[in-house]
Design a protein around this ligand. Structure first.
Ligand code: CA
Length: 234
């Protein structure tokens, strides 16, 4: 079945350009021109990925991103932001509120499609049958099939990037990894991400899993190098 991509963008020329290029690659698409009513549309459509413009006429894409992340069924869908504002703050903010990626306007459709495919591939590789369905480490239980993580009994609300990052740490405990190594292991061949991206996601992940994010117990900083996941005992 064709993968479904929701395009939330108020500029008709841009949304139809994106739609045209996605359709040529065999994707199904839904175009929404604003954030009003978008949640209901997305609930019905159940997209495999969302392309989300930040500047919408009736609200901003960040708010919509938050609503998607809070939604039980949609929560972990990959979100790629489209932004006309290229300064770092907006980019970082986009990632901090739960976006998985961003593309700065103007962009080439080819570049956007490549990222769409990369995010969809990553989702698929997580369900490969030869990989153990469940990872248990200390108080953490990660269920790959259901794409859920529990700390003790409580479920952690993670974005797909946070999920992959925690999955990597849970399966590679006790070793130090540099930001560059983490980029290679978790983000793969997306060369547009920078080491700073790693820091942003580490900070967010700490807020999810640590009682005191500033003095982390599980996910520690290896000064001058990177990060290490301390092997927790049950
Ligand atoms: Ca716009």
């Amino acid at each position: 079945m064709a993968k479904k991509i929701a395009i939330i963008e108020d500029e008709p020329e841009l949304s139809s350009l994106i739609e045209y290029n996605l359709a040529r690659q065999g994707f199904s698409t839904l175009i929404l021109a604003g954030s009003k009513g978008a949640m209901a549309e997305l609930e019905t459509y159940k997209p495999d990925l969302v392309i989300l413009d930040i500047m919408l006429p009736d609200g901003d894409g960040f708010d919509l991103c938050r609503s998607i992340r809070r939604h039980t069924a949609l929560g972990r869908v990959p979100i790629i932001f489209l932004t006309a504002r290229s300064d770092e703050v907006d980019r970082v903010l986009g990632l901090e509120i739960g976006g998985d990626d961003y593309v700065t306007k103007p962009f080439s459709p080819r570049e956007l499609i490549a990222r769409v495919k990369a995010h969809l591939r990553r989702g698929e590789s997580e369900t490969e049958p030869e990989v153990a369905a469940t990872v248990k480490r200390g108080p953490f239980t990660l269920d790959r099939a259901a794409h859920r993580v529990f700390l003790h009994e409580g479920e952690l609300p993670l974005t797909s990037t946070e999920f992959r990052l925690l999955e990597f740490f849970l399966t590679h405990p006790g070793r130090a990894y540099s930001r560059e190594q983490l980029l290679g292991e978790v983000w793969g061949e997306q060369h547009f991400v920078t080491p700073r991206t790693v820091d942003v996601h580490i900070r967010r992940l700490r807020e999810r899993i640590e009682e005191q994010p500033d003095t982390p117990r599980f996910l520690t900083t290896v000064r001058g190098f990177g990060y290490r996941f301390e092997a927790p005992q049950a």
